[in-house]
Design a protein around this ligand. Structure first.
Ligand SMILES: Nc1nc2c(ncn2[C@@H]2O[C@H](COP(=O)(O)OP(=O)(O)OP(=O)(O)O)[C@@H](O)[C@H]2O)c(=O)[nH]1
Ligand SMILES: [Mg+2]
Length: 329
């Protein structure tokens, strides 16, 4: 996925359709020149509907489609015939899309499953035809109900990637490299910080046709919560992960401290992130001999961890087992 194609936030103007007016019609037939009311109901105005689609990973397709209009309902007709409903507009969105009212910031709903559809803007109800208003005292109702008007507004759609595992680490910790060896994803990998500018997602297959989704987010540095580095903009993508996999590279100076900085940055962003299951890996462990590993384990003491290397494959299968065990506990 090219960096510029990753769009996780769009603002759109959406307008539903008017409900069609009810009809004020009277039966006029040779045999019955002064027939009763037979005006039908107006059609419903079109809705604007969001639909979850697992094939989509970004909101790019909506970036240039800023205005969305649904069709108006048609008027009711004679012989009690109802007007046609206005055309609904369906917008496909990736799972994890959160719809908000742009003015108030209020969250309206979230799309989380494939095919799930939710109405963003409700079309106006069609008006009732005059046939409904006939009564003992009102034999010739010369009126019908107007249709309900359309609803319009600005909405924001925000994507929070629904991955099972989110990778959290400093720049160059080896997050993208891990993702590239456990999944078919091909993220950009390089030895300079902030190689990853937008999240990457991969599907990790695990024994016997099982799988889980892993997301790599841009590196976090101390002070990210004050806007340092790429800041915390991408942290919303780990809010929905069931677990966080912290990565501290073998060449770090102080493992406990780096882990602590990462935890602190997450906490500053959203303390609930610390309620998630988490696990620590020491990446690039091909740099370490057994003696060093023992030393590091002593330093980490109470923090459960595993040594891995994406280059030699060391610890990768154990890591998958561990993740699977945490996800399914
Ligand atoms: N020796 C060794 N090098 C590794 C390993 N994993 C990654 N690297 C190297 O570390 C550098 C950074 O790797 P990336 O995967 O791009 O790191 P990242 O965490 O995604 O970095 P950002 O995207 O900048 O946050 C690259 O030069 C990788 O080749 C490993 O297991 N062993
Ligand atoms: Mg990266």
């Amino acid at each position: 996925m090219a960096d510029t194609n990753f769009v996780d936030y769009v603002k759109i103007y959406a307008r539903s359709g008017n409900g069609g007016p009810g009809s004020t019609h009277f039966r006029r037939e040779k045999s019955e020149p002064k027939g009763g009311p037979d005006g039908g109901d107006g059609g419903r105005g079109g809705h604007i509907i969001l639909v979850g689609n697992t094939q989509m990973w970004t909101l790019l397709h909506l970036k240039y489609r800023r205005h969305v209009f649904a069709g108006h309902g048609e008027s009711g007709g004679k012989q009690c015939s109802s007007g046609a409903d206005g055309e609904d507009v369906y917008l496909d969105v990736p799972l994890g899309t959160v719809a908000k009212d742009a003015e108030t910031g209020e969250t309206l709903f979230e799309i989380t499953t494939d095919g799930e559809s939710k109405i963003l803007v409700q079309g106006g109800r069609g008006g009732l035809g005059n046939v409904h208003f006939k009564s003992a005292t009102q034999q010739t109702p010369r009126f019908a109900q107007p249709g309900e008007p359309f609803v319009e507004g600005w909405f924001t759609l925000e994507l929070k990637i629904l991955a099972d595992v989110g990778l959290v680490g400093f720049p160059s910790a080896g997050k993208s490299t891990l993702l590239s060896v456990v999944s078919a994803a091909k993220p950009k990998i390089a030895d300079y910080p902030f190689t990853t500018l937008v999240p990457n997602i991969g599907i990790v297959s695990y024994r016997d046709n099982q799988s889980f989704v892993m997301a790599d987010i841009p590196g976090i540095i101390e002070g990210a919560h004050e806007g340092k580095g790429l800041g915390l903009r991408f942290l919303r993508h780990i809010e929905r992960n069931s677990m966080l996999l912290f990565m501290v590279p073998a060449d770090a100076k102080d493992y406990r401290k780096e882990f602590g900085i990462l935890m602190n940055e997450l906490q500053q962003y959203n303390p609930e992130l610390l309620d998630k299951d988490r696990f620590l890996v020491i990446s690039k462990s091909d740099f370490l001999d057994d003696e060093l590993k023992v030393e590091i384990s002593e330093q980490l003491k109470d923090i459960p961890h595993l040594f891995i290397s994406s280059i030699t494959g060391q610890g990768i299968m154990q890591l998958k087992d561990k993740i699977w065990q945490i996800l399914n506990k």
